[in-house]
Design a protein. Structure first.
Length: 235
């Protein structure tokens, strides 16, 4: 029996995930969707919620099961006799990272990675992008299953605000009281007060004598007339 695993965090599960799982189910006799459980990371949905949503999403595939896992994916595969890892690729940038992971996994266990190109209609879709759009009130109903969209709406009504931060797009969850809390990544950013401008003193015209204050305009004109008279005297 050919068995494969589709790993991921699935926070939340998107239509792109379901597309990859469905296509993998036609290539293998059994497909296990492995939901990563990492308690050190904050998630929009708990591990149990994500597993429940995936089971509902994959109910139409008779040969697909859903399980949670923690630790190394290769250990999960060895314990269940799985020798293939299915990963979806959206762009060349995905391949650069996934190739490195595939080579590492192959060095740890007897597993091969099968890359499945994402369908064109889902090539832009990612869980992090869905969360970011939803954070700012965008409509994501066409990007996730209907029941996932309803669950996300209930999460926001409970006063939980999620936002993207950092290059790794890690999720931060903030408990509130029914309203969106203010974070360092909130928009618009707080206005910064401008530093006070230096006080400029207008320069005085004329030439000041050494050790004296600035020359007055009258003195400077008198000095100029004396210089002109000296220049006009015959030698």
């Amino acid at each position: 029996m050919r068995r494969a695993v589709c790993p991921g965090s699935f926070d939340p599960v998107t239509n792109g995930h379901i597309d990859i799982v469905g296509r993998a189910s036609t290539l293998f006799d059994e497909v296990v969707v492995a939901v990563g459980v990492n308690k050190s990371k904050s998630r929009l949905f708990t591990a149990d919620e994500r597993i429940e949503m995936l089971r509902e999403s994959c109910a139409g595939f008779a040969n697909v099961t859903v399980e949670g896992f923690s630790g190394l994916l290769t250990t999960f595969c060895e314990e269940r006799g799985i020798h293939a890892i299915v990963k979806g690729l959206r762009a060349v940038s995905d391949f650069d990272y996934e190739l490195q992971m595939a080579q590492m996994n192959a060095s740890l266990a007897d597993v091969e990675t099968v890359f499945v190109p994402t369908s064109p209609e889902y090539s832009f879709l990612a869980s992090s992008l869905v969360k970011e759009v939803a954070t700012f009130g965008g409509d994501v109903s066409g990007l996730v299953p209907d029941f996932v969209h309803e669950r996300r709406s209930r999460v926001q009504m409970r006063g939980v605000h999620f936002s993207m931060s950092g290059h790794d797009k890690s999720l931060e969850v903030y408990a509130g009281s029914g309203s969106v809390g203010k974070t360092e990544d909130s928009w618009p950013p707080p206005r910064r007060s401008n530093p006070p401008l230096p006080t400029l003193t207008a320069p005085c015209r004329g030439v000041a004598r050494r050790g004296a204050g600035p020359a007055s305009p009258g003195r400077s004109r008198a000095a100029g007339r004396r210089r002109r008279r000296r220049r006009s005297r015959p030698p």
